[in-house]
Ligand binder design. Structure first.
Ligand SMILES: Cc1ncc(C[n+]2csc(CCOP(=O)(O)OP(=O)(O)O)c2C)c(N)n1
Length: 208
């Protein structure tokens, strides 16, 4: 059993950090071909900008699907660590997936939520997490016991390192600023899917 990553930090006393910086920190921890599923928009833009990895999947177009896709990968490849990166607005659209994650008790799954309190990419309309909803409390209520706010960058590092040792499912939420994403993912879903499947060893390298 790994040391519990629980912190006493609540939704509104965690440090406000930067998504690109934290994404780079996260990618720096990846040594074992972990799968990373970036949610729509900024979550996958900053993952893309953090460097090419064949085990990255970039969700284009639909909110709230990073976690459901990660669940499928985690079930299909239980020995691989799988990380879902999702925005607060996208998670709020698909909260039911948290109960599924807890119920399936996926040891190899980590969820990272970038909580900027806005639907940034469509014009920064406020989300419910800006004022009222505490996403970590929701995850705990759904049954994911190992759910925590990252207090600051060092705490985020610690939570990620611990999550990559297994003992999931883990839910890590970070409060982030409203700086735009650093890059823009290529918009070629077939390429993205094929590269990801090869990266997971689920497709051979032959073409066609
Ligand atoms: C089902 C669905 N509804 C609405 C949209 C339009 N849309 C795309 S991204 C987005 C906001 C995403 O917000 P969040 O997940 O918090 O990420 P942020 O933009 O803040 O990084 C919206 C409303 C969509 N693509 N799919």
């Amino acid at each position: 059993m790994n040391a519990a990553p629980t912190t006493a930090i609540g939704a509104h006393n965690a440090k406000i950090m930067n998504r690109f910086e934290l994404t780079q920190r996260l990618v720096g921890h990846l040594k074992r071909e972990e799968a990373v599923i970036g949610g729509i928009g900024n979550a996958n833009f900053d993952l893309w900008a953090s460097g090419p990895r064949a085990q990255n999947f970039y969700m284009l177009g639909s909110m709230g699907l990073a976690i459901p896709i990660a669940v499928g990968v985690a079930i299909a490849q239980p020995r691989r660590c799988v990380i879902a990166l999702e925005g607060d607005g996208s998670l709020l659209m698909q909260l039911g997936c948290l109960a599924t994650v807890a119920e399936r008790n996926l040891k190899n799954l980590t969820i990272v939520i970038w909580d900027n309190g806005i639907y940034q990419i469509t014009g920064s309309q406020p989300t419910a997490s800006a004022e009222s909803a505490d996403l970590v409390a929701i995850a705990r209520g759904a049954g994911i016991a190992e759910s925590a706010w990252a207090a600051d960058e060092e705490d985020f590092d610690r939570l990620i390192a611990s999550a990559l040792e297994g003992g999931g499912p883990r839910f890590i939420a970070a409060r982030i600023d409203d700086k735009p994403a650093v890059g823009t993912t290529e918009r070629d879903p077939v390429q993205i899917r094929e590269r990801f499947m090869r990266g997971l060893g689920a497709r051979s390298n032959r073409t066609g």
